[in-house]
Design a protein around this ligand. Sequence first.
Ligand code: FES
Length: 263
Amino acid sequence: MDPLSLLSLARATRPSLTLAAAAAPLRSRSLSGGARIAQSRRRRAARLSVSAVAAETPRTEDASSPSPSGQELFDWRDQWYPFAPVCDLDPGAPHGKTVLGLSVVAWYDRGVGEWRVFDDACPHRLAPLSEGRIDDKGRLQCVYHGWCFDGAGACKFIPQAPALGPPVHKNSKACVASYPCVVQNHILWFYPRAESEHKDVLQRKPPPLIPEIDDPGFVTVYGIRDLPYGYDVLVENLFDPAHVPYAHKGIMRGIRKKEDPGR
Ligand code: FES
């Protein structure tokens, strides 16, 4: 599945690493012992995608209990995730993405002026809702048989159901899982738990706020790129600017000539 990486850079006075610059090289010509170990780790991490990490994550009830060492375990599903900067999202169409191995669709509910994030699977025959459309009433319509869903995930219309028959669209099995979501820092965030006990998560535990992004004194650059390795390798790489003049030789602005490895 596609890991998602989003890097927001906010700097007014000095250049920052771009996301391209942050991408670690996975090969090198000649390696020291330490570098070989690092490369081996990177290869292993590359095989271990975010979805694989998620698959190994303990279930919530297990994650809430302390580990044998007494430390609380990290629950991957109990976090907010950036879906995309809203400037990249067309409010007239649904958008699909895979996060933590979970296929989700974001769409703009123009009736209330808010973005929604659903499971990207129609409850009828599991067609991806991201392949559908926003209908003339502002509902998310499945591309396969035309079922329509409101912003809460409730099915509002089944075209094939007899108009005078039972209201089959009201059956709970006709609903789509709708995740808590919010636009903050111009980014659409979602929380990948659809159970009712998580409906108030925005009040209890909002997404991380970065005040500088909303500060006009800073310049913000958004970028999204799928990277074929785990988040831990990327974080390690971002903390390691010493590689920049070598791994990104000639493609980074602001690198002083005296740092050139050729001297
Ligand atoms: S699969 Fe969506 S309406 Fe049939």
